[in-house]
Ligand binder design. Structure first.
Ligand code: A2P
Length: 335
């Protein structure tokens, strides 16, 4: 029998699912058999894995017989239904949705930050929200060096974070604008082309969006800092790929700009790109396709003696989703 695992990708036709297939290939994850799943609309469609056509199947309990590892990125409602069923079929589930992230029994893992969390699981492990991952990567070395006291984060989030329909909205509206036609919003609540929308998902009674609450709660869980004050604002921008975040951090002990640069440079999964005189700083078009998160624009906060400002950009389909999910699987299966 060939070596490797039987792996399922649920949501294989979507933006994150497609990225998962590519990253399993790139990282040479030991896959013996790949099964692809999506909604009933896509049954019979073909996705490719290592150059081979794979027919998309319907999600049904029997279809997971023999599956050892499943990646789920079909949305939160779907994960709530499917993940326990896939686990019952004998697989470990790495779930990309928000369904289980705050469940105390479910580890929420960024492998560079809290790999120890992946050791204790009950068959489901959660991959954090894409904006959370990009934000928490540079927070971790600062926390270890100077202990975070407060974080203010404002995100600039790409349309592909909303999946294939978000990509289509920006593309179609841009083409309509170029033809002089009206821009029609199909997926987002307003046109996203040439616009900014300060709403990622639903508003809560406190006036924050679900996305903003995720950034707060998930960051606290990953860093194991349950009381860390975090002030979030999340914004959708007309960018296809990569989330950017402007971050202000206050620390218990002062971290100079020079020290922060050193800390970021040494942290796995982070790259420093901070040469303002050369106009070199991270931008979505440059970071797209990379697995590392890029940090730049590092400045002392002139209004506070122990605070820094910086700018971080990450490809949210890769490190913000698929790469992080595959890294979690590597923690589990490649030891
Ligand atoms: P489909 O392409 O058939 O709609 P994205 O996040 O890019 O929008 O992708 C969502 C993914 O989740 C797609 O692969 C989509 O399949 C899949 N999906 C959506 N609803 C379901 C469902 N009820 N069962 C299984 N997969 C689903």
């Amino acid at each position: 029998m060939a070596s490797g695992l039987t792996v399922a990708v649920v949501g294989a036709t979507g933006a994150a699912g497609q990225a998962t297939l590519r990253i399993l290939e790139e990282r040479k994850f030991p896959v013996r058999e790949l099964r692809a799943f999506a909604s009933e609309r896509s049954v019979g469609k073909i996705v490719t894995f290592r150059g081979e056509p794979i027919r998309v199947q319907k999600v049904e309990p029997w279809a997971f017989k023999g599956v050892e590892l499943a990646f789920c990125s079909a949305g939160s409602a779907q994960s709530k239904e499917y993940a326990p069923m896939i686990r019952a079929a004998g697989a470990i589930v790495v779930d990309k949705s928000s369904a289980f992230r705050m469940d105390p029994e479910v580890p929420l893992v960024v492998p560079e930050i809290n790999p120890h969390a992946a050791k204790h699981h009950t068959g489901i492990l959660a991959c954090p929200n894409c904006t959370t991952i990009v934000t928490v990567m540079p927070l971790k070395p600062l926390h270890d060096a100077g202990q975070l006291r407060r974080v203010i984060a404002t995100s600039y989030q790409a349309v592909s974070g909303a999946g294939v329909n978000g990509i289509a909205d920006l593309r179609e509206q841009t083409l309509a604008w170029a033809r002089g036609e009206a821009m029609v919003a199909r997926h987002f609540p307003h046109p996203i082309a040439f616009n900014l929308i300060p709403q990622i998902d639903r508003f809560q009674p406190d006036g924050y969006t679900g996305e903003e609450a995720k950034l707060v709660n998930e960051t606290r869980k990953i860093l194991e800092t349950p009381d860390l004050p975090i002030s979030p604002t999340t914004v959708r921008v007309p960018v296809f790929t990569c989330h950017s975040v402007a971050v202000n951090v206050e620390t218990e002990t002062k971290i100079t700009v020079a020290r922060a640069r050193q800390l970021f440079e040494r942290f796995p999964g982070l790259k420093l790109w901070d040469e303002p005189a050369q106009q070199r700083y991270p931008m979505p078009l440059v970071v797209e396709g990379q697995d590392d998160c890029y940090v730049g624009r590092i400045r002392e906060d002139l209004s506070h003696p122990r605070a820094l400002n910086f700018w971080v950009v990450g490809d949210q389909l890769r490190k913000g989703a698929a790469t992080n999910a595959v890294q979690i699987a590597e923690l589990l299966f490649q030891s």
